[in-house]
Ligand binder design. Structure first.
Ligand code: ADP
Ligand code: ZN
Ligand code: ZN
Length: 793
């Protein structure tokens, strides 16, 4: 028996599978996903590895070494997740180590300490006492022998869980019980507070401290007094730390006809992949909720993905309020320990619903029934770090492996997903009406060139201005969207044209008036704003362009009576800050909310009747093949925030390019129209989904040498393409990246464009760039490989 393992490591050289033989006595216990300790290298130093494959054929033809030791009885992760890691390595040309990191428990898997704890009560007092607090595996084996423990684990009496080595700290909770006592009355005489607690415990025992104090509204000292009088006593139990709180019940809503049809189509079909195209406010979430309900009733679990910024209380409230106690929430603000605890409880099946941002798709749920990807078009579903996975594709992989339903939903599906729908890879299901009385808002396109001609140079044009005044008068709420934070875009000299740039990056710095500094949005370096031009000495050096901060200032001046709030990465940094804005909006304490992307998602406030888009062109000028699509999506999403309640909504989109088809289509809320134009465009210009773009990025300390290194790699690639007579491939580069220097590292890229899914070409890339077939010395350089990159900075 042979196992192929991946080593715990961060270095490029060790980033592959290694074969080991398995000694006789371990062969029965070996499973994929268990950790092993193996001898490595000439010195046979001990290294930790994870069993990826069990096979009869070694990867190399040499005498294999035996593994030393098996660390886990039960695999850390399921076989499907192991297969998924291998899939990601191949599909996205990721390194093995990063691909496995994604599917393994959070944190460094070397640091995971295996703990054993009591899962079910047993008569054996020795065991139940000893394991009531989790014990390190080593400690447990010293006390009982290995076979006993292994048996108890197999019977489900004991369970394994993981914690971070060296930081193991059980979460001990005091559980109180009544002591049988004869002299009760004397002891409780004249102590009504204690009596109240005593009675509560006797009715609810065993009951934890927090509940006692909360339910009886008592002080800790009264409880302590009871202990001292020996009327009650407590036992310590170890529990998981709770990260989710209780939510108000969220009752089931009776589905309308369209929603009903979608639900039935998904549940009754033998197909597995669906795309729900439902306009904003069409009640997609309620459909998701009822899919989940059905899955739970069949004993299956669900994963629900939302973009990080829509991990709002609204979404969590709906799921937790419908399925209390069953929902795990995974968001980026959890600390290491909380992440691990959530992971553990998902694996133990304590939670059967997981809600989270893209990486929640790797949650180790048991018996997966459905993966729901809400707002599936969102760019945050594409990972920008290795493995650079597309969440939808990971979903497809799991759906096929586990026979689970994959459901994508959006008001503005991505061009790629909709194209797959047209090709019958997904079944497209439509919801065309809003679920509540609200109709879609009227959208007005404002040509800002006309405003300029009229002599209006302010950020808000006349029509939007009038509408804001009107809305304030009617006591309704307004959202103003501007996708640029800070006060001004850049600072430049009107005499000589000098622009204040960052010293370490080739970008202009953004002026932030609030703390009066220039900030580089790439590396975070700051500078003081100069009074005179450092180049020519003139005093005509000024801010130019506008960000949210400037817009806020403008609103304060022009709408002095209004309650105004700005929401962007500068004012809202924590979840709590986010919640505060949220509650203020709900309670009508904000009249005008100014914001970046943060306000385009997950906001469902019935009193918002006006939405203003200050500069719709910002997202058009980013130089990505997805720019038009992104603009359409943003405009449609932000427009959809208006008129969700009983009042009609109106939207004003200010632009210098009113004729652009993404802007025209958003006026009519017409996705299909937009899709038809965009897909034609994509085919004509050889973009995805028809062609695949492969981008090699390189960065290094010296400009010329870095370019040269990329060129060297490129020559190897071109030679192999020639050898294999592959001609249908376009090569663009090496070119300096749009931001040619970040943090004093010079950056270059090359694009390859070829027909989608040509595996032969991909193998060439892999052998040269990942396996480094020609031993190109890459010391000091950083290579980054991306398929269909969505931003080009
Ligand atoms: P979407 O996610 O499609 O943008 P939501 O799920 O947020 O839309 O639904 C918008 C509103 O419609 C919510 O307030 C929701 O409670 C309500 N809603 C959903 N389904 C129904 C229904 N069948 N009848 C009445 N109201 C509904
Ligand atoms: Zn910088
Ligand atoms: Zn100057």
């Amino acid at each position: 028996m042979i196992v192929n393992i991946v080593l715990e490591n961060k270095t490029r050289v060790l980033d592959r599978l290694f074969s080991y033989s398995v000694p006789e006595e371990l062969q029965k216990k070996i499973k994929r996903g268990c950790r092993v300790i193996v001898p490595f290298g000439r010195g046979n130093s001990k290294k930790l590895g994870l069993i990826v494959e069990i096979t009869d054929n070694p990867l190399v033809d040499v005498k294999l070494k035996d593994i030393y030791k098996l660390v886990d009885y039960e695999p850390l992760i399921s076989e499907e997740l192991i297969d998924l890691a291998l899939f990601m390595r191949d599909r996205y040309l990721s390194d093995l180590s990063s691909a496995f990191q994604r599917v393994l428990p959070p944190g460094n898997w070397k640091d995971l300490e295996k703990l054993i704890y009591l899962n079910e009560e047993v008569d054996d007092k020795d065991i139940s006492d000893f394991f009531s607090i989790p014990k390190e595996f080593k400690t447990a084996v010293k006390r009982f022998d290995e076979n006993t423990i292994e048996n108890l684990i197999r019977k489900g009496i004991l369970k394994e869980k993981y914690d971070i080595k060296g930081r193991i700290k059980p979460n001990l909770v005091e559980y109180y019980k009544i002591n049988k006592n004869i002299n009760l009355e004397a002891k409780l005489k004249n102590a009504p507070a204690q009596e109240k607690i005593y009675n509560f415990i006797s009715e609810n025992e065993p009951v934890d401290k927090k509940t006692i104090l909360m339910e009886t509204n008592s002080s800790l000292s009264s409880l302590k007094a009871l202990v001292k009088k020996e009327l009650v006593s407590f036992e310590l139990k170890n529990e998981f730390v709770k990260v989710t709180k209780e939510y108000k019940k969220y009752s089931k809503i009776y589905l309308n006809e369209e929603q009903q049809f979608v639900l039935k189509s998904i549940l009754n079909s033998d197909k597995n992949k669906f795309l729900i195209h439902g306009i904003t406010g069409s009640g997609k979430t309620e459909v998701y909720l009822q899919i989940v309900e059905e899955m739970l009733s069949k004993g299956k679990s669900c994963i629900i993905l939302v973009p990080e910024i829509s991990l709002t209380p609204q979404t969590i409230m709906r799921f937790s309020g419908r399925f209390p106690g069953k929902v795990a929430v995974l968001h980026s603000k959890l600390n290491q320990r909380e992440k691990l605890e959530q992971w553990q409880q998902i694996k133990n099946n304590t939670f059967s619903i997981v809600i989270g941002a893209r990486s929640a798709i790797f949650a180790p749920v048991d018996n997966l029934g459905a993966i729901i990807i809400d707002e599936e078009h969102d760019q945050s579903y594409i990972s920008d770090m290795n493995p650079k996975y597309v969440t939808r594709e990971v979903g497809e992989f799991l759906s096929e492996k586990l026979n689970a339903k994959l459901i994508l939903g959006s008001a503005t599906p991505s061009i790629e997903s909709y194209y797959l729908g047209k090709k019958d890879v997904y079944e497209i299901l439509n919801i065309n009406k809003r679920a509540t009385a609200g109709i879609l808002p009227k959208v007005n396109i404002i040509d800002m060139r006309e405003e300029l001609k009229k002599g209006n140079t302010s950020v808000i044009g006349e029509e939007l201005h009038e509408a804001i005044l009107n809305n304030l008068e009617n006591k309704k709420q307004t959202l103003l969207f501007l996708n640029k934070r800070g006060h001004t875009s850049y600072v430049f000299c009107r005499r000589c044209g000098y622009v204040m740039n960052c010293d370490s990056c080739d970008v202009s710095m953004t002026y932030h008036k609030y703390n009066n500094i220039l900030l580089c949005h790439q590396c975070g370096r700051t500078k003081k704003k100069p009074d005179i031009c450092p180049n020519c000495g003139s005093k005509y050096i000024r801010e130019f362009g506008a960000g949210t901060e400037k817009l806020e200032e403008y609103c304060y001046e022009n709408y002095p009576e209004a309650k105004i709030f700005r929401m962007d990465a500068d004012t809202v940094r924590t979840r709590q800050e986010y919640l505060n804005v949220f509650n203020k909006m709900n309670e009508g304490e904000i009249d005008i909310l100014i914001g970046t992307q943060m306000i385009t998602k997950g906001f469902d406030f019935p009193n918002v009747t006006l939405v203003g888009v200050i500069a719709a062109d910002l997202s058009l000028n980013v130089g990505s093949y997805k720019a038009t699509e992104t603009t359409f999506q943003l405009l449609t999403q932000v427009s959809g925030r208006a008129g969700r309640g009983d009042y009609a909504g109106e939207v004003f989109i200010q632009t210098y390019k009113p004729e652009n088809y993404s802007i025209e289509a958003s006026k009519k809320h017409d996705f299909i129209d937009f899709y038809n134009m965009e897909i034609e465009h994509r085919e004509m210009f050889k973009y995805p989904p028809f062609y695949r773009i492969f981008c090699i990025n390189i960065s290094g300390n010296q400009r010329i040498a870095t370019r040269q290194k990329l060129f060297e790699l490129q020559q190897h690639i071109q030679a192999e393409l020639r050898e294999n007579e592959i001609r249908d491939i376009e090569i663009i580069g090496p070119n300096p990246s749009p931001i040619s220097r970040i943090n004093n590292r010079y950056r270059f890229y090359t694009f390859y464009k070829y027909k989608d899914n040509n595996e032969e070409i991909k193998q060439i890339f892999k052998s040269i760039l990942v396996d480094n077939k020609y031993n190109v010395d890459l010391q000091g350089y950083k290579l980054s490989l991306t398929f269909n990159p969505t931003n080009f900075i």
